[in-house]
Design a protein around this ligand. Sequence first.
Ligand code: GLP
Length: 237
Amino acid sequence: MIWETLPNYDALSQRAASILFDAIRNDPRAVLGLPTGRTPMGMYDRMIAECSRQYHCFREVTTFNLDEYVGIPREHPGSYCAFMKHHLFDHVDLDPARTHIPDGMAADPDAECARYERRIATAGGLDLTFLGLGSNGHIAFNEPGTPFDWHTRVVALTPSTRKANESLFAGGDIPTRAITMGIGTILESRRIVLLAGGKNKHDAIARLQSGEQSIEFPASALWSHEDVLVLVDRASV
Ligand code: GLP
């Protein structure tokens, strides 16, 4: 695991965007794993700005999002589908047929999870996956206690995760379940970049840095992967 500490959130976002750009420049058919949340927003902003100056950045890139709420329609402003459209997809030349997000409205969510795994495999597997970090150490929606070899499945969200994401559901019911890539799915990605910034990630970063490997701290699974870069800002360390 390689660590880089950037001076602030802007520098972290810039560094993450340049890694993403290099990856799709080296392999225009790259298969990316993409996160939602506040942390990657700066990276996406920079991708949009850069793509407006270049031609056909993403035309042959394939993306798979890490997770999606169950029971929330794609059009709902709190859905991760709406998040991705707003923060990236509507502004770059990604082919909608190559962007994938689990269908949280699927009639059979378990079948949807199996289908999602098959789609990742058919695309050739994830080349580069970006992750955020929950303050309790979760990655995607894999909460503490998740075995490291589990794959895409339906999960119940913990009260703390629901609270952390409640602003997206102002005045409405906060979802109780989600479909998430498993830690096993994430570990199968050839490269992983974890982004974490801000004071509220300090404890989680310190725990990850300690080298402890425990299913009680999901991000610690990343220690078993051979190509992980962790980008943090000074406020979080
Ligand atoms: C949610 C997402 C995670 C994300 C986490 C941290 O729970 N499912 O994928 O990493 O929030 O979000 P933020 O970047 O807003 O702190």
